[in-house]
Design a protein around this ligand. Structure first.
Ligand SMILES: *Cc1c(COP(=O)(O)O)cnc(C)c1O
Length: 219
C-alpha cells in the first residue's frame, strides 16, 4: 500500500511543496518500498534510529531530523543529516555548528516556532526567533545555515483554529524573509492538516501515517 499512498498524496501536492515521508518507528523494508516508488526525502524523530537507517539504506536519501533534539546526540548525525527541523535554542545551534565543522559541512536548520496553544509543543516565540536571527553569535557560526521555520499546529480538527495558527507563522515567515534572504523553507503540515498548511504557504509537509499506516509505539 505504501506506493499507492505515496502516489495519492503526491498527486495532491502542488509542485513547489516538498514531501518529507516520516518513517519513524517503521522498519527498513517499508522505507525501501517507498524508495523504490521514487521517494528520496525521509524524516525521523530519533537520532540513533535515523543513523541506523542511514547506514542500511541507499546513500542518495535525504535524511531530515524532525524531532526534538538531544544535544549530546547531534554528533551521531552530523556527517549525513540534510535538514534539521526542530531547532529551538541557540545552544543547540552551537552544538550543530561544532559537529558540522568536524565534518567540513554546513548543516541546514529550521527554527521551530511555537504556534500551538498546547503546553506540550516545543518551540520558540516570534520574539526569540527574531533575537536569534539578529544575534552576533549566529553570524559567527559558519557551519550552519538557518533556511526557514518549522511549526506544529494544535492537535485538533477545528479548521479555523488550524488556519489561524498556520497563518500566524506564514505572516511571520514572509516578514522575516524581507530581512533574511536565506529563509526559503516553511515546514508545516502533517497527515491530518497538510492541506490547510499548504493553503497558508507551507512548502514542506511532513507526512507519516497517511503513507506508512498507523504507528505502534511498543518499541
Ligand atoms: C510524527 C511526526 C509527523 C508525522 O505525523 P503524521 O500524523 O503521522 O503524518 C510530522 N511532524 C513531526 C514533527 C512528527 O513528529
Amino acid at each position: 500500500m505504501i506506493k499507492e499512498n505515496l502516489e495519492e498524496i503526491k498527486n495532491k501536492l502542488p509542485q513547489e511543496v516538498t514531501l518529507v515521508a516520516v518513517s519513524k518507528t517503521k522498519p527498513i523494508r517499508d522505507i525501501q518500498e517507498a524508495y523504490d516508488a521514487g521517494q528520496r526525502v525521509f524524516g525521523e524523530n530519533k537520532i540513533q534510529e535515523m543513523a541506523t537507517k542511514y547506514d542500511a539504506l541507499p546513500k542518495d536519501i535525504e535524511w531530515h531530523m524532525i524531532g526534538h533534539l538531544q544535544r549530546n546526540k547531534v554528533k551521531y548525525m552530523a556527517h549525513f543529516v540534510s535538514l534539521i527541523h526542530g531547532v529551538d535554542s541557540l545552544k543547540t545551534l552551537q552544538e550543530i555548528n561544532k559537529q558540522a565543522k568536524k565534518h567540513h559541512r554546513v548543516i541546514n536548520c529550521l527554527l521551530q516556532v511555537k504556534i500551538a496553544t498546547e503546553e506540550s509543543k516545543f518551540g520558540l516565540s516570534f520574539e526569540e526567533i527574531n533575537n536569534i536571527l539578529t544575534s552576533d553569535e549566529i553570524k559567527s557560526m559558519e557551519n550552519i545555515s538557518i533556511v526557514g521555520f518549522m511549526g506544529m499546529a494544535t492537535f485538533t480538527d477545528n479548521e479555523s483554529q488550524l488556519l489561524n495558527e498556520f497563518s500566524s507563522l506564514e505572516n511571520f515567515f514572509n516578514e522575516q524573509k524581507k530581512h533574511h534572504k536565506e529563509l526559503t523553507v516553511l515546514s508545516m503540515g502533517m497527515s491530518g492538516d497538510y492541506k490547510l498548511a499548504i493553503k497558508k504557504g507551507s512548502n514542506m509537509v511532513r507526512i507519516g501515517s497517511s503513507i506508512f499506516g498507523i504507528r505502534n509505539y511498543i518499541a
